[in-house]
Write a protein that binds this ligand. Structure first.
Ligand code: AMP
Ligand code: TRP
Length: 344
């Protein structure tokens, strides 16, 4: 048992096109964890600029992610919702972690390889050191649990390695400053449920992503009911009917994806979805999925749009959240400075 108080932290980048994968893989979990944990949810704007962002769009996207959290049911009073750039400890601790993490560790990160592509020499330094900032986000709150989609697993492992190395490198000083069992917890990823990796509607081998050029590859949280139905209708499938059991989905990534989405939206295991739809063709399954998706996402998108019409309210939520976040983060970073040997 860890001696650290359980605390949840997670972040979403304000890079536009919030989609069903973000919702099922992350945001619904954020909402559920509020009943059992103290939660801190962050709009990670410093991460967003590792790829160039249009300034006006960035401002809008920060508000849009905030609106999505609130519309989905995150409670900014009981818990904390804020944007990263308002709390300076993130960037400061990230610098310390730049000096703890090893080049070899970061060289293994698959997300960097994917995002930098063939033009590595031209990628920003920030894109490379991105996982160190992510570790700082989590550890500046000494958070113990991190709900994320499957794609973030490797970054979480890196955050654990950084926490471990800091605890080891400064073990004596950490003890001298009164921390008996290490300074940072080793944060655990929470990657659970039926939709930890929602795939593109156009290609079942690629994850649904904000940056995929085809808008038909994803369902955006602000899509209209007509658009949602149209995208599901056009989603790629195979010619077979649905199987009666999960084993029958093997080798059928598009079918598995749509069934997984149905289960996640309905709150049912895949077995149960297939009990209901086994033997059905996509011509009958797709309309049922579209109806369910519209029922769940329609009100969410509407609420998001209402909130977006009142940017003053959203900005006030963020300012309040940042102040409360700072109250936790600043003392932790002050301790880090003492442990390292800085003055003041
Ligand atoms: P990002 O859009 O990269 O900021 O991701 C925000 C959160 O959504 C992270 O926890 C991701 O792991 C999660 N996420 C992003 N894309 C997907 C996807 N296609 N399926 C499931 N979770 C996802
Ligand atoms: N890297 C995450 C993503 O792209 C976003 C993120 C930044 C994050 N900092 C975090 C997630 C801290 C969890 C905890 O999805």
């Amino acid at each position: 048992m860890s001696h650290f108080t359980p605390r949840v932290f997670s972040g979403v980048q304000p890079t536009g096109n919030l989609h069903l994968g973000n919702y099922l893989g992350a945001i619904t979990k954020f909402v559920a964890l509020q009943d059992t944990h103290d939660c801190i949810y962050c709009i990670v704007d410093l991460h967003a600029i590792t790829l160039w962002q249009d300034p006006r769009a960035l401002t809008r996207n920060i508000r849009e992610v905030t609106a999505a959290f609130l519309a989905a049911g995150v409670d900014p009073q009981k818990h904390i919702v804020f944007n990263q750039s308002q709390v300076s400890a993130h960037a400061e601790l990230a610098w310390v972690f730049n000096c703890v993490a090893r080049m070899g560790w970061l060289n293994r990160m698959t997300q960097f390889k994917e995002k930098a592509g063939k033009h590595r020499e031209n990628a920003s330094v920030g894109l490379f050191s991105y996982p160190n900032l992510m570790a700082a986000d989590i550890l500046t709150y000494r958070a113990t649990h991190v709900p994320v989609g499957e794609d973030q697993k490797q970054h979480l492992e890196l955050a654990r390695d950084i926490a471990q190395k800091f605890n080891t490198d400064f073990a004596a000083s950490i003890k001298e400053h009164g921390h008996e069992n290490g300074f940072f917890p080793l944060p655990e990823p929470l990657i659970t449920g039926p939709a930890t990796r929602v795939m593109s509607l156009r290609d079942g081998s690629k994850k649904m992503s904000k940056s995929e050029p085809s808008d038909y590859s994803r369902i955006n949280l602000t899509d209209s009911a007509d658009m949602i139905a149209k995208k599901i209708r056009k989603a790629r499938t195979d010619p077979e009917a649905l199987p009666g059991e999960p084993a029958g989905l093997e080798g059928r990534p598009e079918a598995a994806n749509l069934v997984g989405i149905f289960g996640a939206l309905a709150g049912k295991p895949v077995e149960e979805v297939l009990r209901d739809f086994g033997g059905a063709n996509f011509s009958s399954f797709k309309p049922a999925l579209a109806e369910l998706a519209v029922e769940k996402l329609g009100p969410l998108g509407e609420r998001m749009n209402e909130l977006m019409d009142d940017p003053g309210y959203i900005d006030a939520v963020l300012v309040d959240g940042a102040e409360r976040a700072r109250r936790i983060a600043t003392p932790v970073y002050d301790d880090v400075k003492k442990i390292i040997g800085f003055i003041g």
